[in-house]
Design a binder for this molecule. Structure first.
Ligand SMILES: *Cc1c(COP(=O)(O)O)cnc(C)c1O
Length: 428
């Protein structure tokens, strides 16, 4: 038996009928229970959210939208989707929500389909500076079928806004290229986004303003990061990162005309049948996020991130932009050891039971498969119950492993201590 009652209940069915699949689930559940998850885009969903996914809603075809489906038997599916939509609207304070996107990338693809024609120009952050592949990577649909132009961060170390968004440059890029769509919201940006400033810039160049809050959605919902509403025309997000829901996407707007276009783009434009079991689970997750405890959780996520950044800084690591305002930090490893790479750090830490991802730092001279940085986030360890004081312990683990250059003995010793911490902060 694992430490995970949900895996255990599934294993009760699989042990005899499909031991091969059962063994894989048991191993993954054990891995999650006994490692410290510091990947900024991951979290541990609640038992209610996970149980809700494993229900008979997976059996149902419900193409279309509540009240206008292409299949019979949708009455309770309509209730589930209506509940998810109304809770999403309440949570983010907006008029329209589409809860059907299968993922964040599908949500963004649907917005492109709704708003742009092939070859149209849109603007987003230089991808290597913290953007997402669905914001114009050359090999992604967004970069192949549309024309992305990118705005930079401040790259001058002497500038007070070093490694923060260069809003004057955003303005300049938009003046030059007249994008139809201006995107903000990122995958590795540790600072507050000034949505009001983006609104001004979008108005000056006539662009539709879209915020992709995939990373900060939980913070936004809890009021711990400023809301993209009313400034942004369209807001997309994932539901499984800081928001702590099932894996999926969500698109919101306050504009009835845009909402119609978006609904048509998601279905039938981009997707077929909605994942009703996931939509049902989204409703449960949004219900959790509307509770007062959720705000306390998000506040703790941010306090933990600041504490972890400070504890690492005391050990000689530089945080890009000098720290963090949210749940994520980008650690420039070179200040601790010029030879240290993100790829090595990720591998060594995994051996010690600390799960992270390598990530380029702004203007990183190393290629994306090597990198000079490590992206760390606190949503998942905060879900476990770790507090600021525990961040000192975690930073100590990280520094011992990296200081010893992944030495087997040190990784093994830290691995045992990590197991101990995980035992004191069980998942469910
Ligand atoms: C994670 C992320 C996405 C994509 O989410 P998937 O569910 O993996 O498709 C989109 N945008 C941003 C900014 C992200 O960080």
């Amino acid at each position: 038996m694992s430490h995970d009652p949900i895996a255990d209940s599934v294993l009760a069915f699989l042990r005899e009928r499909d031991p091969e699949a059962g063994a894989i689930l048991a191993a993954e559940s054990e891995r999650q229970a006994t490692t410290l998850e510091l990947i900024a885009s991951e979290n541990h969903a609640s038992p209610a959210v996970m149980h809700a996914m494993g229900t008979c809603f997976t059996n149902k075809y419900a193409e279309g939208y509540p009240g206008a489906r292409y299949y019979g038997g949708c009455v309770h599916n309509d209730s589930a989707e209506d509940l998810a939509r109304s809770r999403a609207r309440q949570l983010f304070g907006c008029q329209f929500a589409n809860v059907q996107p299968h993922s964040g990338a599908q949500a963004n693809g649907s917005v492109f389909l709704a708003m742009l024609k092939p070859g149209d120009t849109f603007a987003s952050l230089v991808l290597a500076d913290g953007g997402h592949l669905s914001h114009g990577l050359k090999v992604n649909l967004s970069g192949k079928w549309f024309n992305p132009v990118h705005y930079p961060l401040h790259y001058d170390p002497g500038h007070p806004d070093f490694e923060r968004i260069d809003y004057d440059a955003v303005e300049e890029v938009c003046r030059t290229h007249k994008p139809k769509l201006l995107m903000c919201g990122y995958s590795a940006y540790p600072r507050v986004i000034d949505f009001a400033r983006f609104r001004e810039i979008a108005d000056n160049c006539g662009a539709v303003l879209m915020a992709d809050i995939a990373h900060i959605a939980g913070l936004v919902a809890a009021g711990v990061h400023p809301s993209p509403f009313p400034h942004c025309d369209i807001v997309t997000t994932t539901t499984h990162k800081t928001l702590r829901g099932p894996r999926g996407g969500l698109i919101m707007t306050n504009d009835a005309e845009l909402a119609k276009k978006i609904d048509r783009a998601v279905f039938p434009g981009m997707q077929g049948g909605p994942l009703m079991h996931v939509i049902f689970s989204k409703a449960v997750a949004f219900g959790e996020a509307l509770k007062p405890e959720f705000r306390a959780y998000q506040e703790q996520v941010v306090r933990n991130a600041k504490a972890l950044a400070a504890a690492l800084a005391r050990r000689g690591y530089r945080m890009t932009s000098g720290g963090t305002d949210n749940h994520v930090m980008l650690v420039d490893l070179r200040t601790r050891d010029a030879e240290l790479t993100g790829a090595d750090a990720e591998q060594w830490l995994e051996r010690a039971g600390i799960i992270t991802n390598k990530n380029g730092v702004p203007q990183d001279p190393r290629p994306p498969k090597v990198t000079s940085g490590l992206r760390l986030g606190t949503p998942a360890v905060t879900t476990r119950g770790l507090k600021e004081g525990d961040m000192e312990t975690v930073a100590g683990f990280i520094d011992r492993v990296l200081g010893a250059k992944g030495d087997d003995g040190v990784c093994g010793a830290v691995r045992e201590e990590v197991r101990g911490v995980c035992g004191r902060f069980p998942l469910l």
